[in-house]
Design a protein around this ligand. Sequence first.
Ligand SMILES: C[S@@+](CC[C@H](N)C(=O)[O-])C[C@H]1O[C@@H](n2cnc3c(N)ncnc32)[C@H](O)[C@@H]1O
Length: 272
Amino acid sequence: MAERSAFSGGDQEYLRNVQYADGTKLDARAHLHLTYSSSSESFPQFEAGLIDWPTDGTVLECGSGTGLFWNNGQAPRSLAITLTDLSPGMVAEAVACAEANGFSAIDSDACDVQELPFEDATFDIVVANHMLYHVPDPDRAVAELARVMSDDGVLLAGTNGYGHMGELNDAIADVWGTAAEGLYEVFGIDTGEARLREQFSSVAWHAYDNDLLVTEPADAVAYGLSFPPGETATAAEQAAFARAIERRFVDGALRIRTRAGAFVCREPRGRF
Ligand SMILES: C[S@@+](CC[C@H](N)C(=O)[O-])C[C@H]1O[C@@H](n2cnc3c(N)ncnc32)[C@H](O)[C@@H]1O
């Protein structure tokens, strides 16, 4: 594997204190997905629909970010949920989001998924969305997710793969000559399953089909400037990136292909 960039797990201080100190940069990316989705259901709705939810049960989310997952209609509001993230700022935003969505039995902790401060077999459902590609040792993280899951529990692990946001990455490459596909070498659609199968006997992939139909160039520009290399762009680079986005618009719109979905994992190994 190529040397890790700061964004793909090479620098946890950067992830905790800069990129994800609060939800601002992630919000720019979420805004593009939420505003221009062509799917009738949001990613949280799609993913929550992949499993049967117990009325009473315990759920752990790792790498919660701003808590967008809890904006789904399927998870019973009676669940006891524990929200965790490497960044304390993100944990606070996730708790607020879950409360706003009607959850009240909420615990939270700022912690690293590679070293979870929970007993073995504690949770009925474990959620780790779009975060394992930021982790220095994804195998250790997956082992931790399996360890804290109950024998008959389930893990939801959402991720993306090579080609995700291809048109936007092409515009990034026009300016900087590289795009952030390194994430998917760490943990993506094509690389995650083997890591998960080390820890779970049952691993099933579910694709989320959802191209984006963007009509406002500034929203795509904000997305591209929210992470490296655009995150530290000079004014000249920002202008060049805006031009690279604008010239891809055809008849007032830019179609951006996505490649996303979720792994549903059961039967943690070594228990049966
Ligand atoms: C791309 S965001 C995803 C947020 C949320 N799960 C979602 O899908 O909207 C990645 C999140 O993982 C967190 N994260 C990164 N490395 C982590 C680690 N080692 N342990 C726990 N959380 C981590 C970041 O702070 C960030 O909030």
